[in-house]
Ligand binder design. Sequence first.
Ligand SMILES: Nc1ncnc2c1ncn2[C@@H]1O[C@H](COP(=O)(O)OP(=O)(O)OP(=O)(O)O)[C@@H](O)[C@H]1O
Ligand SMILES: [Mg+2]
Length: 246
Amino acid sequence: MPNSMAPVLNSPQSPTREIDASQSTEALIQLRQVSKTYSNGSPALTGISLSVNKGDFLFITGPSGSGKSTLLKLLYGAERPSDGEVLIDRENPARLKGNKLAFLRRRIGVVFQDYKLIPRRTVAENISFVLWAQGYSRGEIQRRLQPALKMVGLVHKADCFPEELSGGEQQRVSIARAIVGTPPILLADEPTGNLDPDNSWQVIKILKKLNQIGITVLVTTHDENLIRMANHPVVQIRGGRLYRER
Ligand SMILES: Nc1ncnc2c1ncn2[C@@H]1O[C@H](COP(=O)(O)OP(=O)(O)OP(=O)(O)O)[C@@H](O)[C@H]1O
Ligand SMILES: [Mg+2]
């Protein structure tokens, strides 16, 4: 755990401690006093501060509705904070527009619980679609596709359609799709939520491998067993606030 994430505020009611106002100039991801209230008035996050350094692997836990997905959405720019500041590599997604925002988003791979694969496209097409949309050449797409397939152990399924794959395999395709553009940051929102323990562990092992090659990984999960096995730092969101667990 980097020093920048050390909590500076003790919460007497809680065995864990609230994290506050930790700032580091080296942080790849920074949240400074971030709050998010949705337009219907429901507050999701309140005054959250967090620094994540390059190369960190961080689990985010918390009860259903506590704001885990909201936190990730603020990072990849799908939602804007109502208050406070989100910085990705010192850039604020809420202040970027057009190409600059698109460029920042390319630096963040995202994996969802429900995979979000295109049904009538093969595994290879699903993974390379984003590169194709970004104007990569056929040759460059091939050069990137193979290592991505290999990383998730699906070279032999390249020409299958999503419906021909197990849930675990579909999730691995979605990880390959998230990393094929070699983003420095990978966000995974409940990536094991629909998987059995074996497949869940496979997914976490792939995320660990990606982290070992330098990708900064943030994962939300409810799965206490997985967190124990994976042995990485953990923060918890409760009542809209962020606490350090480990
Ligand atoms: N688009 C939205 N509009 C209004 N309220 C929302 C929206 N998205 C989320 N919320 C509310 O914000 C709070 C946090 O939701 P969020 O999805 O971030 O929780 P979560 O921790 O990811 O939950 P889960 O574990 O069930 O996925 C909840 O009260 C939810 O109802
Ligand atoms: Mg969620």
